[in-house]
Design a protein around this ligand. Structure first.
Ligand code: HEM
Length: 429
């Protein structure tokens, strides 16, 4: 793609295949020798971790589906059967449910990394947009997956979230109600709802896999951003992806799997809600309906607004706004490292997201509600005010002359041949 191919087929069979399907060439050029900035830190290992987690979710999910019964009367019991009777069923189920949490942990870290280092800025806008699309698909998939055990939280979470569509009644009377009943496949959440959520929950991970392929394609056109945010200028700025980043990514992946395994084997229900071990009962609403931890900030935003339609609009807006980040941020400098004013606002945004997560788990009353509103206001102000305004008025710190300079020192840069590669001069940050 972005650099000339260096693949040399050696044997007859390699030449034969290369002339017909150059797949070995693609793997060699894009994943072995691919020029990668030499200064990537551990925050850059989460893309690989995410790819691994997607594979774990699909592999465990496909086997769980062999034993799961997607009916109102069969779902809860079939999950219990998986836990008790199916060989290694407990491991499959816990790997899948804890896996969903680990997947979200990794995707949030990955997204905040992108925000901090300005990886969404030109020429990586499409890469970023595809990322936001993946995030939305992940949210939909996890929501549908949570409905499947048909416990109390499953049932009532589906009831609360699908009912949000009824807010459209305020726009066109009757539209929202019709839409909700169409989604339900009846006049209440029930068997048809469960069956369609199951079908789509099986489909969506494969859509995610397709968009991930595009995401990585879009990454390999400009190449990686890096902690300095400046572009590759001299050959010493990059190292081949293998062995440097295969080893670094592999090490980080093993550390990540240790945390994952610790949760699966020692605290598999730590992140879940005990009420989901009570079979769904449409006649008994739990006193406190809460989503999984990874949806809590969005839930807090939804409940911060007293009007249903506006609350739903804020909930959707809080994710959709990410699509516009490449154009909302007016700074000429990518990396927050060199942005002395913006960095304070960035960390305040991180605190805001964590605080909204905490507030999403509390009852929406008293101080919790007041704080929920303040943090919701800052959430949107960060994108709509801070990003455009601070970028215009802030004076960034001086940038290094190249990626190599802060790593190897100015001597190494002077010694290197000054042949700019890959990016045009006007793209150099
Ligand atoms: C299933 C989910 C995802 C997978 C498997 C995935 C995979 C990857 C991989 C393998 C990389 C290269 C390694 C790295 O930079 O960490 C990458 C880079 C990137 N991803 Fe993702 N990603 C996912 C979700 C997202 C999301 C939700 C966003 C943002 C909303 C995003 C934005 C980016 C950006 C901006 C880069 C370029 C980073 C840079 O070079 O600085 N990704 N992704």
């Amino acid at each position: 793609m972005a650099h000339p191919s260096s693949y040399q087929p050696n044997t007859g069979i390699e030449r034969w295949l290369d002339a017909r399907l150059p797949i070995v060439r693609v793997v060699h050029d894009q994943f072995m020798v691919f020029p990668t900035p030499r200064n990537l830190n551990y925050w850059w290992t989460f893309g690989g971790i995410l790819t691994f987690m997607l594979a774990v979710q699909i592999a465990t999910g496909v086997v769980l589906a062999m034993h799961f019964v997607p009916t109102e009367s069969g779902a809860f019991d079939s999950v219990e059967k998986i836990m008790r009777d199916v060989n290694w069923g407990w491991l499959l189920r816990y790997a899948h449910s804890v896996g969903a949490s680990m997947f979200f942990l990794a995707v949030y870290i990955h997204t905040f990394r992108g925000l901090y280092y300005g990886s969404y800025k030109a020429p990586r806008e499409v890469l970023w947009i595809l990322g936001v699309l993946i995030l939305m698909l992940m949210i939909a998939t996890a929501f549908m997956g949570y409905s499947l055990p048909w416990g109390q939280m499953s049932f009532w979470a589906v009831t609360v979230i699908t009912n949000l569509f009824s807010s459209l009644d305020a726009v066109i009377p009757g539209l929202g109600t019709r839409l909700v009943q169409w989604i339900w496949g009846g006049f209440a959440v029930g068997g048809p709802t469960l069956n369609r959520l199951y079908s789509l929950h099986y489909l969506f991970p494969f859509l995610i896999a397709g968009v991930v392929a595009l995401h990585i394609w879009a990454l390999h056109i400009p190449g990686n951003n890096n902690p300095t945010g400046i572009d590759v200028k001299v050959p010493t700025d990059t190292v081949p992806f293998h062995p440097y980043y295969t080893i670094k990514d592999g090490f980080a992946l093993v550390a990540f799997i240790l945390v994952f395994a610790a949760l699966v084997f020692y605290a598999p229900n730590f992140l879940g809600h005990p009420d989901n071990y009570i079979p769904a009962n449409p006649l008994q609403t739990p006193t406190h309906i809460v989503p999984e931890w990874y949806f809590l900030p969005f839930y807090a935003i939804l409940r911060a607004i007293p009007n249903k339609l506006l609350g739903v609009a804020a909930l959707n807006g809080s994710i959709l706004i990410l699509f516009f980040v490449p154009w909302l941020d007016t700074s000429k400098v990518r990396s927050t490292r060199y942005r002395p004013v913006y960095r304070w606002f960035f960390w305040a945004f991180v605190v805001t997201c964590v605080a909204l997560g905490y507030l999403g788990a509390q009852q929406p009353e008293g101080w919790y509600l007041v704080l929920g509103r303040i943090f919701t206001a800052y959430y949107f102000a960060f994108f709509l005010v801070v990003m455009p305004v601070v970028g215009l008025i802030e004076k960034p710190r001086g940038l290094p002359g190249s990626i190599t300079e802060p790593v190897l020192g100015p001597e190494a840069v002077r010694a290197a041949p000054a042949t700019p590669r890959r990016l045009k001069p006007e793209q150099v940050g």
